[in-house]
Design a protein around this ligand. Structure first.
Ligand SMILES: *[C@@H]1O[C@H](CO)[C@@H](O)[C@H](O)[C@H]1NC(C)=O
Ligand SMILES: *[C@@H]1O[C@H](CO)[C@@H](O)[C@H](O)[C@H]1NC(C)=O
Ligand SMILES: *[C@@H]1O[C@H](CO)[C@@H](O)[C@H](O)[C@H]1NC(C)=O
Ligand SMILES: *[C@@H]1O[C@H](CO)[C@@H](O)[C@H](O)[C@H]1NC(C)=O
Ligand SMILES: *[C@@H]1O[C@H](CO)[C@@H](O)[C@H](O)[C@H]1NC(C)=O
Length: 303
């Protein structure tokens, strides 16, 4: 049956807040109904607010949850129930370029969250939650199509001679060749310090995956390698950490929220070189868009 746009508007307004449909034995609602106010969303993507302080994110009516963890949160939403195989840890830009003292001396906060990040990765691997390394890793096509604002922003002196893809020379204080700036496979684009061995080992054993990105966000535009993998694997709940909290972490977090994932900002595995108010903006808005937690709370809940 064909409806005109006008007829559809009339139908939708007649149904109002009670609009609902049935899929199999399960009645899903949009925006809640008088029959079940605790349910938000649709058959494919919904939360159940189990109590005034507990949000069940498992979508277990669609698919039973073999294992669940209840994780305390620090924001307005006080705790969540997750299913490990539908969740993932997204680690953003913990790369030499952003963290090595010879390349970014001021990244003390970022270097300060490395140990907590290592603990979080190991805990999530044990719990069967995938670890998704999401890093700058450009190829020649990315260079060709990169917008001028990015080329300028990532240059040292507002010149194409020092932007993405140019040779960074030797890392100050070392004998290491940094390689081409943020190009995939270069030394400067590798995970920093102990994270490099951890990433190589995790990808090899299959607990971790590695995704290149070519903007601040790893989920921008119609689709990205990370986005495609999340969709194909029916992942619904994402935990975020990395640098910089207000730039690449925030860009990816927001796109994930826009696309319908549950977003959990993990405060003590995220850091930035920006002024303090940038972190305040991130935590303020992460609380509005999703959930705030930290690695201590998460690791004690999943062990
Ligand atoms: C609302 O729906 C959820 C998910 O199916 C279910 O767990 C809960 O018991 C329902 N609540 C009521 C009052 O029916
Ligand atoms: C991080 O862990 C390493 C290895 O266990 C240790 O040597 C180092 O002191 C720790 N750093 C911080 C900042 O805690
Ligand atoms: C930018 O820096 C590079 C490398 O030091 C130098 O070759 C180039 O001339 C500089 N360009 C400008 C516009 O300052
Ligand atoms: C660089 O390499 C030279 C020769 O192997 C060595 O003498 C020097 O100590 C190294 N410098 C640093 C900073 O590692
Ligand atoms: C994690 O959050 C709990 C609860 O708010 C708090 O007590 C603890 O100090 C936090 N830990 C870290 C490492 O931030």
């Amino acid at each position: 049956m064909q409806f005109s746009h006008f007829t559809l508007i009339l139908l939708v307004s007649a149904l109002g807040a009670e609009a609902q449909f049935t899929e199999g034995t399960y009645t899903a609602v949009v925006g809640g109904t008088s029959s079940n106010l605790s349910l938000l969303g649709n058959y494919y993507n919904y939360w159940v607010q189990a109590t005034s302080s507990l949000w069940d994110l498992t979508r277990s009516a669609r698919e039973p949850s073999p294992t669940t963890y209840t994780i305390p949160c620090n924001g307005a939403r006080k705790s969540i129930v997750i299913e490990p195989t539908r969740s993932a840890l997204v680690i953003i830009d913990m790369q030499n370029f952003f963290l090595h003292p010879g390349l970014t001396p001021k990244a003390t906060a970022g270097r300060g969250v490395v140990n907590a990040t290592v603990n979080m990765i190991q805990g999530f691997r044990r719990a069967g939650v995938k670890v998704l390394w999401t890093n700058w890793g450009l190829d020649n096509y990315d260079l060709l199509t990169m917008p001028p604002a990015f080329l300028d922003g990532f240059s040292n002196n507002h010149s194409s001679t020092t932007t993405f893809g140019t040779d960074m020379g030797v890392v100050p204080g070392t004998n290491i060749s940094a390689g081409l700036k943020l190009m995939r496979g270069s030394w400067n684009a590798r995970p920093y310090g102990p994270l490099y061995d951890l990433q190589v080992e995790g990808v090899k054993s299959g607990t971790d995956l590695y995704f290149n990105k070519n903007r601040l966000s790893g989920l921008w535009g119609a689709q990205t390698p990370l986005g495609l993998w999340l969709q194909e694997n029916e992942i619904t709940t994402l935990f975020f950490g990395g640098v910089n909290a207000d730039q690449c972490v925030w860009g990816t977090f927001l796109d994930a929220y826009y696309k319908g994932f549950d977003v959990v900002y993990v405060e003590d595995i995220s850091a930035t070189t920006s002024p303090y108010y940038a972190t305040q903006m991130v935590t303020y808005n992460a609380n509005l868009d999703g959930f705030l937690s930290n690695s201590t709370q998460i690791l004690s809940a999943i062990k």
